[in-house]
Design a protein around this ligand. Structure first.
Ligand code: SAM
Ligand code: SF4
Length: 343
């Protein structure tokens, strides 16, 4: 055990289900240049989304301060997300500030559209790894899913740019029944042997606008068996406690895939994740209805100790295990949108 692990053991905050806080997802903007039908569907209100005014967003200094406080509570991994995080101006400056926090794994999830221009600066600023979302290699299917007619080739360019900049890449694909489930094996085939792990994600009932139905979910077991039939797979031990993706490797040594089965195999009991929305609200579950306003606390002049005590108190009260309790009925709760809370 390292000195830092011993230190963390001594000061660990645990929630009511004995879960520590280890991961922090920070949404840096609620805006997006895509309108993925499963995330920010265009037509729900008959008008586009109303985004937060810029002054409501946490500043880079505020984000860094919150991140340092979380690190002092045991967080070891930070993921920047959104909305589309690369839309936030000068994001590499924030990455550089966060990369200066010792012993943190710093990563980012993006739709890849702006990566060809930004990958190198992000790597040079100290980003450790990157996840790029790509739901289908089929042109028509992908354009329909992102709903802004964005071509597959430009996301692939983004992935190549990230790899060329020296960033380890994962690829996220949300699988929806009858939409892109026919392309699962093609995605596996395209990235086998490249070193980029594809993570297949069950379509989730996040937010209140994506019209989720259980029938639209392609169960993880079905995804694995479709790939296994063509490229034989075997399970891999989780790399660490709380790892959300179940890992499988190709028996011929061509790499791994991950499966995020939040619907059919919920992992709430091992969930060590906190989330901060772009306006500084703290959420302890992706499926939350309400958050705790840290921005208000910070802007009212609270000291680091006061902010830490507030986060500590929220975590200590935490009892969320939505995915384990999910039913068709809970899907209609007025949950916050994923583009707001950060995916
Ligand atoms: C909300 S996005 C934010 C980052 C960036 N815009 C992107 O798309 O990668 C983060 C991840 O959440 C996934 N996601 C969004 N809505 C989802 C849903 N309803 N079910 C499962 N995953 C979802 C996206 O596919 C993406 O991989
Ligand atoms: S999944 Fe990402 S790219 Fe798609 S609409 Fe949501 S935030 Fe935008």
């Amino acid at each position: 055990m390292s000195n830092r692990d011993e230190y963390l053991e001594g000061m660990d905050v645990r929630d009511t289900l004995d879960r520590p806080v280890r991961d922090l997802r920070i949404s840096v903007t609620d805006r997006c240049n895509f309108r993925c039908t499963y995330c920010m569907p265009k037509s729900v209100f008959g008008r586009d989304y109303v985004f937060m005014p810029r002054r409501d967003l946490l500043t880079f200094e505020e984000i860094e301060r919150v991140a340092r406080i979380f690190a002092s509570l045991g967080v070891r991994k930070i993921r920047l997300t959104g909305g589309e995080p690369l839309l936030r101006t000068d994001l590499d400056v924030l990455v550089e500030m966060l990369a200066a926090i010792p012993e943190l794994d710093l990563t980012l999830t993006t739709n890849g559209a702006l990566l060809p221009r930004k990958a190198r600066a992000l790597r040079e600023a100290g980003l450790d790894r990157i996840t790029v979302s790509l739901d289908s290699l089929d042109e028509e299917t992908f354009r329909a899913m992102n709903d802004v007619d964005f071509p597959v080739a430009r996301v692939l360019e983004g992935i190549d740019a990230a790899a060329a900049a020296g960033l380890p890449v994962k690829v996220n694909a949300v699988i929806k029944r009858g939409v892109n489930d026919g392309g699962v094996v093609e995605l596996a085939r395209r990235f086998r042997g490249t070193g980029h792990t594809v993570r297949f994600i069950e379509f989730m009932d996040v937010g209140a606008t994506n019209g989720w139905r259980l029938d639209d979910v392609v169960p993880a077991a079905e995804i694995v068996s479709a790939i296994d039939a063509v490229f034989p797979l075997e399970p891999v031990e989780a790399a660490y406690h709380g790892e959300v993706a179940r890992r499988w490797r190709y028996r011929d040594g061509a790499g791994e895939i991950g499966i995020i089965a939040s619907v059919t195999q919920p992992f709430c009991s091992a969930c060590t994740r906190a989330r901060i929305s772009a306006e500084g609200k703290l959420y302890t579950c992706l499926f939350a209805v309400r958050g705790t306003d840290l921005r208000e606390l910070i802007r009212s002049g609270a000291s680091d100790d006061e902010v830490r005590a507030s986060i500590d108190a929220v975590w200590a009260r935490r009892a969320d295990r939505y995915s384990e309790l999910r039913t068709e009925a809970t899907a209609t709760l007025p949950k916050v949108e994923m583009s707001y809370i950060g995916g």
